[in-house]
Ligand binder design. Structure first.
Ligand code: DSN
Length: 440
């Protein structure tokens, strides 16, 4: 057998191992989900091999008559689901969607407000010296929202004063960005609409993590609360393919379209647009029930951990109003998020280590932060409810607090997972959630 054929086979072997492992793990990565069998069928269609640059009906390429119809359906579903005047379903990732938003709303080098990474901001919101997309690619000067650690949210009064002071000394802020990657509580969008109008600032909202919840009428409604535009990736609480969208008021339509194409994209991964249409249709049908359970499960997981002695953030606020639970692990026997992450992975429980707002002051960085971030979207999608969250908290406690052998827990987790092998809240629910599609 040739060396190349061996590597070819090895790749398939590794894919199969991964899929098999996923079927036996508890995945609590807050930014992930498992897509439905229908979404997976859509994303392997021939669209994946085609080009369709531009807007449906105004393409640069021939051969798009069906692709255009699918994209128009996707746009229509997105507008309905988010009650948005305009939707661009072409951005191929959350970072690209954020770049489209920045490009539409600001000139290069303009100043903006965003959450710092330690407070839950995403790298695409960050400054140049941190390698962030906003600073590095667009030259934006990013000022961070002043954050209230206890409330785990933007400090409205202090941030308002900061914006006024900056405007008055001539450091004009052009753009207010809300949203982030650790997002347990709604952000104060409506509170900043008046000041945005007063100083001519645009409001953007990165809904990547919470967009399934928003689509279902929970968490908050940024476009009604005063956001001009909202971006989302489409594979977190909204369980579609790895892709993204920008939703906005009509007056931003032309600027966003131009930013996407020809600004940021040539082709836009048409198979994922098809997958997104399917995911949006499934959300229209099952989203409310699914999102409700995600949020109930997050609260149940937080409560179950709290009762077992874990320091879950924001106890006085009921821990969370989204899919996310943040835990300070510095008082556990493992002492930091990286050690907890590693040990839980060996026990087949996949989570993220995560910076806490006060980590920097304690000399910690993202490699060994004080926290972990948990999300309930994927396990909820497999049909788990509050009692399963209690069982998960118990597995985690035995690994991290009691030092039980990780191999023993991994086996038990595999047994526990046997009953949760199908995707729920979808039109087709027979195909195993992690079955590998292979064309021989
Ligand atoms: N920011 C990543 C996360 O939240 O995990 C995804 O882009």
């Amino acid at each position: 057998m040739s060396e190349h054929k061996k590597l070819y086979d090895e790749v398939f072997g590794l894919i199969e191992k991964h899929d098999d492992w996923m079927s036996k793990t508890i995945n609590l990565i807050a930014s992930e989900n498992v897509s439905s069998p229908a979404v997976r069928s859509a994303i392997v269609c021939d669209f994946r091999d085609r080009y369709a640059e531009g807007w449906p009906g105004e393409r640069v390429y021939a051969g798009c008559k069906y692709i255009d119809q699918v994209e128009l359906i996707t746009i229509d579903l997105a507008k309905k689901l988010y009650k948005a005047e305009f939707a661009d379903v072409r951005p191929i990732s959350g970072v690209v969607a954020n770049l489209a938003m920045y490009t539409a709303a600001m000139e290069p080098l303009d100043r903006m407000m965003a959450l710092s990474i330690a407070h839950g901001g995403h790298i695409s919101h960050a400054r140049k010296d941190l390698g962030g997309t906003a600073g590095q690619i667009r030259g934006h000067k990013v000022r961070n929202w002043i954050f209230d650690d206890k409330e785990f949210n933007i400090d409205i009064d202090a941030s308002m004063k900061q914006i006024k002071d900056l405007q008055e000394k001539g450091d004009e802020i052009k753009f207010l960005l809300f949203g982030g990657s650790v997002f347990p509580f709604p952000h104060p969008v409506k509170e900043f609409r008046d000041i945005a109008d007063e100083y001519g600032m645009t409001i953007g909202y990165d809904s990547a993590h919470v967009s399934g919840l928003i689509a279902s009428g929970f968490f908050q409604d940024p476009l009604r609360e005063g956001a001009d535009m909202m971006t989302t990736s489409t594979h977190k609480t909204l369980p579609g393919p790895q892709h993204a969208m920008v939703l906005a008021k009509e007056k931003w339509a032309d600027a966003i379209k131009r930013a996407s194409f020809p600004g940021l994209l040539s082709n836009h991964h048409l198979h994922n647009v098809a997958g997104l249409a399917v995911a949006l249709a499934e959300m229209m049908e099952f989203g409310v029930e699914y999102s409700k359970q995600i949020m109930k499960n997050a609260k149940a997981l937080a409560q179950a951990l709290h009762e077992r002695g874990w320091q879950v953030i924001a106890e006085h606020k009921g821990f969370t109003q989204s899919h996310v639970v943040l835990v300070d692990v510095t008082e556990t026997p493992m002492k930091d998020g990286a050690t907890v992450e590693e040990n839980l992975e060996d026990a087949n429980i996949v989570i993220n280590r995560n910076l806490l707002p006060w980590d920097k002051k304690r000399g910690r960085d993202y490699k060994t932060p004080g926290g972990i971030r948990l999300g309930t979207s994927e396990m909820t999608r497999l049909g788990m409810k509050e009692s399963e969250m209690d069982a998960i908290a118990e597995f985690m406690t035995r690994v991290v607090m009691k030092g039980v052998d990780v191999k023993k827990i991994a086996k038990e987790v595999g047994e526990f997972r046997k009953e949760y092998q199908k995707v729920h809240y979808a039109f087709e629910t027979d195909t195993p959630a992690y079955a590998h599609l292979r064309f021989k």
